[in-house]
Structure formats: C-alpha cells, structure tokens
Design a protein around this ligand. Structure first.
Ligand code: SF4
Length: 337
C-alpha cells in the first residue's frame, strides 16, 4: 500500500522503574518498549502482534500520550507539517487528542454502567466544547447509525446491550471527534468469534468511508491477518519483523514469526508445523537475555546470537520487509498460505 506517512515512531522507549526499600530507590527498569521505530501510512492498518507482555499495548499508550515515553519521538504528519506528539503540552496535547483515539479491549468495563449511551458517546463532544445539547444529540444519533446501533436506543444503559453492541458503542464514542488515527487495542479479543468478524468488517467499512488510519494491536494472528495491510511483530519490547501482511504470512524471515505462524489454525495445517510451536517462557523485560532476545527459544541460534543484538534491517531487496535476525536472508523458514 502506498500513500503519505501519517504517523512516524522513532526510537521509542518506555522503561518503568523497579523500586525497592523504604525510600523506594530505583534498582532497575522494566524495558517495556526498547527502541521501537515504524511508520503508518494514511488510510493504512498496521497490525502490531506478539505474546502477552511484549510491550505492544505500551507502544499504543505512548503514541496517544496516555503515558509519557522515556525516549524517542512520535511524529504526526499533518497537512501543514509534522507535529512531535512527545513534545506537546496541555492545550496543544488536548487539541491533538481530537485526531487520535483509542478503542479499548473490553466493551464490558470500558463503558460507564451509570451513563446512558447518549452520555457515553456525547461525552467527548462535551469535553471538547460542544455545549449545545441538541447539536450533541444530533451527532450521537449520526454516530450510532454509522456503527449499526438504532439511534432510538440512545437513552439505554450499557447493560441493555450485547458484547458486540457495546463494542459498537465504544467505536461510536471513539469516532465522536472525527479522528484520523485510531489505536485499536485488542478490540475484538473479548468477543465471540462470530461477533469478531462483524466488528472487524465494521472497522474496515468505517476506515474506507472516513479515511481512517489504524494501529491494530492484537495477540491473535488470524485477526491481524484479516484487517491489516502490514504487520509488525514484537518480542520483549522490540520489533523483530515488519512486512506487508501477505508477505509476512507466506515468507516470514524471523524465527519468532515462523513459530507464531505455526500456531495459527489453518484448514491445511500439517503435522509438520506443530514441530515449531514455541517452547519456553517469554524472558523478563527487566532482565532480557544478551544479544538476540529470542536466542534461548530459537532453534536456529548460534554463538553470535548470544553476543550481538541483530538490528531490524531490510530483507534482501524488499524495502517493505525488515527483520531483526542475523540469518534473516539465509534461513529457510516456513510460512502459511
Ligand atoms: Fe534466532 Fe539468532 Fe535469528 Fe535471534 S538472531 S532469531 S537467535 S537465528
């Protein structure tokens, strides 16, 4: 997919201090995000995948400035130039937040049970200065229609809706301020499989109609495959592979991606693929292994893997495909078709 870059993340780091003792002295750091860089083009969906605790949610929260990064830059490329989101304060950060929204994982806990749908979806409008109630209600009706909820239900409370309907209400709320960029954080993970497909289709329809750009964070590769134009794979705070979705699934260049793909259910899956299912635990991000973080679990590891960190670099001749493995161009890895 071509197009101008909308979001650019450069060398993003987020370290959480580990404190100890009465004076809460810092004795170490959890490196939740450790030097992550990527871009997202306008109108594109970038999937961000990895096992639980790999740092993908922290990346999303840093981009939205829900938490302040330890280091690195996040640029939003507006029509009139690049805005460094990491440097914004107060009013300018508030204004920027209109452009960038989050759709939460859990539609049961993300909606306030004491508020009606009218209040939930209208709240961002109120906060951002739409004081006129009629104007707000008209916008709420329009948003509910857009996400497939009947506007006449706007005076109901969240408990009156199913999980899928609640997620639609969460999406309507995220759209209230006309954002251009949305972080979807495990947005369909809590839903039944049949409902997941409906919500993914809704997100795709809205993307097309409203020219939205998504960072789609998930642990489930089949979900990511369904919606993403490109996929970035994270492992212990770093991106280890990024490529066009079809390319990544059919021609993985990092052994961790190969192992994740082997776990994706396929009608044509062979017994062979079970042999590369991941073994061992994800390392502690407070004390990750030297060299390649994946080496204790990698069946292709050699001595250099234990000593030297592989950089994320272009895989033979494809500027859109990069992997962080010393042997990315040499290994014969198995994808899925
Ligand atoms: Fe495996 Fe070595 Fe590649 Fe890391 S650098 S993924 S340990 S082969």
């Amino acid at each position: 997919m071509q197009g101008r870059v909308l979001l650019e993340v450069q060398g993003l780091k987020k370290y959480f201090p580990i404190t100890s003792g009465f004076f809460r002295r810092t004795v170490g750091h959890v490196r939740a995000v450790d030097d992550v860089s990527f871009t997202i083009r306008q109108g594109e969906t970038l999937g961000l995948v990895g096992e639980s605790g790999c740092g993908k949610t922290t990346v999303g929260r840093c981009i939205l400035r829900a938490i302040k990064p330890t280091a690195g830059k996040v640029y939003y490329h507006a029509d009139n130039g690049a805005i460094d989101i990491t440097a914004l304060q107060d009013d300018s950060l508030r204004a920027m937040r209109r452009q960038m929204q989050l759709i939460f994982q859990d539609p049961y806990s993300s909606l306030n049970p004491r508020m009606t749908v009218r209040e939930i979806v209208g709240e961002p409008l109120l906060i951002h200065g739409v004081k006129d109630r009629q104007e707000r209600d008209a916008r709420v009706r329009e948003l509910l229609k857009q996400v497939g909820i009947r506007p006449e239900y706007m005076n109901r409370y969240p408990h009156a809706f199913s999980g899928g309907q609640r997620q639609r209400i969460g999406i309507a709320r995220a759209l209230a301020l006309d954002p251009s960029f949305i972080v979807c954080d495990e947005t369909v993970s809590a839903l039944d499989v049949s409902i997941q497909a409906q919500i993914l289709n809704l997100l795709q329809d809205l993307q097309e109609k409203l020219n939205l750009t998504y960072l789609f964070i998930a642990h489930d590769l089949s979900v990511v495959e369904h919606i993403s134009d490109r996929v970035a794979v994270m492992y212990v705070g770093r991106i280890v592979e990024v490529a066009d979705t079809v390319e990544l699934f059919s021609n993985p260049r990092h052994p961790y991606t190969e192992a994740l793909l082997a776990a994706v259910p396929r009608a044509s899956a062979t017994a062979d693929k079970d042999e590369i299912l991941l073994e061992g635990e994800v390392p502690d991000p407070a004390n990750p292994p030297q060299g390649c973080h994946f080496h204790p679990r990698c069946k292709y590891a050699t001595d250099i893997c234990k000593r030297e960190r592989p950089e994320l670099s272009e895989v033979s001749g494809d500027s859109d495909h990069a992997a962080a493995c010393h042997f990315a161009s040499q290994l014969s890895l198995r994808g899925v078709s």
